[in-house]
Design a protein around this ligand. Structure first.
Ligand code: SAM
Ligand code: SF4
Ligand code: SF4
Length: 336
């Protein structure tokens, strides 16, 4: 239907992540360590945030440029008040696949209203089934049971299949990987293990803490034989595997050991309206300025088109000990 918008490496623009807040009720060590994101941290002022009307207008412009999928994220997107109203507005844009990534803390009560508003699916982050290890990862003292209840509520509300994301850190939660796999084996939900990435500059990333996916594939495969499945669509970031005994699927996201920049078709819109063409970007392209100055849809499309055409990003392919220390935007700002 659309002529794809291609960047310098002929990668089409297909997928848009929209951060609706930079705030979060968790302080995951790998994303918002509390010593940096403490009580004195200056989060965005309300006036800096794009309004729901502004987000929807930009999403429509992106849709016109070939976006097929929108994922709402953050920070913790469910902290943004009246999120269901935004979902209803975005669901009004024809042909968009609309999803959400959440830490699951408020999902039990929100799953139904969000599904009714037009949300199609959710991805829930869950790094351990053990309360003590979970707390070590997210520094939030939040019971695992409430996240599990959120997943159940989401399934009941029809937000299926649910993807469950776990960032694996060798020193903290590697020991619980089999428990997580077991929990979702035999369900329609897909457990996915993510390599700990050097996003931002605050999470103390060290290669020693990264558990390569191939190690997890061997660990899980020893317990329950698994085999690879074809990618569902071009640019899919998770390598899909399935249990040989028919107990469902499992996924591995190997952004560190097997970078997928070559197929990266994803743009990110920060909560204050900046367009990032890479998770490891620094500045972003301001869209809020022109939007609030009265730019037409065509003019906004031109800014996006130009940014995407000039895009040369492939950070993960170039990653090294040196690049880990370069200035980069924080994950809580543009939402993974
Ligand atoms: N707060 C929501 C959540 O946690 O799902 C949405 C935003 S969060 C930034 C989006 C995703 O990024 C989560 O699945 C999280 O696990 C992942 N993430 C954050 N920091 C990461 C890191 N350093 N390496 C790999 N994944 C990370
Ligand atoms: Fe919050 Fe999600 Fe980042 Fe954890 S990963 S601190 S839940 S935004
Ligand atoms: Fe895409 Fe940048 Fe990640 Fe590469 S490093 S996959 S270009 S977001």
């Amino acid at each position: 239907m659309f002529e794809p918008l291609l960047d310098r490496h002929r990668r089409p623009l297909r997928d848009l992540r929209i951060s609706v807040t930079d705030r979060c009720n968790f302080r995951c060590t790998y994303c918002m360590p509390r010593d940096v994101f403490g009580p004195n941290y200056a989060f965005m002022d309300r006036r800096e945030l794009l309004t729901f009307e502004e987000i929807t207008r930009l999403a429509a412009v992106f849709r016109g440029l070939g976006i097929e999928k929108v994922r709402l994220t953050g920070g913790e997107p469910t902290l943004r008040r009246d999120l269901d109203r935004l979902v209803r507005m975005l669901a009004g844009l024809p042909g968009l696949d609309l999803t959400l990534t959440t830490n699951g803390s408020t999902l039990e009560g929100l799953a139904e209203p969000l599904a009714s508003a037009g949300l199609k699916r959710v991805t829930v982050s869950l790094d351990s089934l053990d309360d003590a290890v979970f707390a070590k990862m997210n520094d939030a003292n939040f019971p695992v049971a409430r996240v599990l209840a959120g997943i159940e509520a989401a399934a009941k509300a029809g937000l299926r299949p649910i993807k469950v994301n776990c960032v694996v850190n060798r020193r903290i939660n590697l020991g619980g990987v089999l428990d997580l796999a077991r929990q979702f084996r035999g369900t329609p939900h897909v457990m996915r293990f993510i390599e700990f990435m050097d996003v931002g500059t605050t999470n103390g990333w060290r290669m020693d803490d990264v558990v390569p996916s191939r190690e997890l594939i061997a660990l899980i495969g020893k317990e329950w034989p698994i085999e690879p499945v074809e990618a569902g669509y071009p640019g899919e970031v998770a390598a899909r595997w399935r249990y040989r005994d028919g107990s469902g699927e499992i996924g591995f996201i190997s952004s560190v050991t097997q970078p997928f920049c070559r197929a990266c078709n994803r743009a990110r819109l920060s909560a204050d309206g900046r367009l990032f063409t890479c998770l490891f970007g620094v500045q972003g392209h301001d869209l809020r300025g022109p939007l609030r100055a009265g730019a037409s849809d065509a003019a906004l499309a031109d800014v996006i088109r130009e940014a995407w055409r000039r895009r040369d990003d492939r950070y993960s392919e170039l990653r090294s000990a040196e690049t880990a220390g370069l200035p980069k935007i924080e994950m809580s700002f543009i939402g993974g």
